[in-house]
Write a protein that binds this ligand. Sequence first.
Ligand code: FAD
Length: 303
Amino acid sequence: PFDVLVIGGGPAGASAAIYAARKGIRTGIVAERFGGQILDTLTIENFISVKETEGPKLAKALEEHVKEYPVDIMNLQRAKHLEKKDGMIEVELENGAVLKSKTVIVATGARWRNINVPGEQEFKNKGVAYCPHCDGPLFAGKDVAVIGGGNSGVEAAIDLAGIVNHVTLLEFNDHLKADEILQERLNKLPNVTVITNAATKEITGTDKVNGLTYVDRATGEEKHIELAGVFVQIGLVPNTEWLRGTLELNQIGEIIVDKKGATSIPGVFAAGDCTDSPYNQIIISMGSGAIAALSAFDYLIRN
Ligand code: FAD
């Protein structure tokens, strides 16, 4: 059996595995796709001390760093169930294998909800973006749209308004769902236009995004806006469906953790975007992976 078994091979999982292995304990890592979300990321400019890198390059560096240590890497494997039995934690994989470990660190990350209109997949990283903290500065001085009028959409619009030339916020319903205080703040900004009842039909472009077509749901009329970028802000979904009924999750499915990364099952820790941490960033995921590993080690020496 393992001392520490990490589920997930993104920034959080890789960091947890390295911190655990450096304690000289038996460490394993199971990942559906080693690298995680950064594999889908083009430019990264906020990974502090690295001025600029690209996602796949950082993913490769993560893997190489993990391979410096005797970590048992099980890539292309998906965990489907976790339970505590006789003091050990058992993790069942989709291929039927059951792995046993004294502690587990869940770092299965999250995924942005897609809008699923033509152009979204085609122009990902070519004008279609999901993270204003990450990609906002790439659109400095240009016109962008934000799709989604919930808290994350309105926060993104406020954030982007300070960087870009103009922001159009599109909401499908007839009103925004964001907190009143955010809406008040948004309405005071001179370079933001809010369009409600807007059903996005297509993100248009040639080699990169050049606009967006939407249907005005009140009139049925089709309209086109010229843009350099589209931020899709209709929700970030944690990859925790497989833990429902096992670990305590919050309303939106995030694993509830304390300051030490501990979950509702003793010996099971969690880190990164799959937890209820307030911000989802590479540097934050790596930090929380380190916390979870150190907490797992602390748990092992006490139990
Ligand atoms: P993830 O990266 O989501 O990794 C999760 C891991 O778990 C993956 O290996 C996945 O395959 C695996 N997994 C999931 N389910 C299972 C399962 N059941 N069994 C086994 N394995 C499983 N952040 C920045 O700081 N700067 C940026 O510039 C930036 N740009 C971004 C651009 C895009 C397009 C996206 C999508 C995100 C961006 N982010 C950026 C956010 C950043 O990528 C995430 O915050 C970070 O990757 C989270 O790390 P994580 O390890 O928690 O999760």
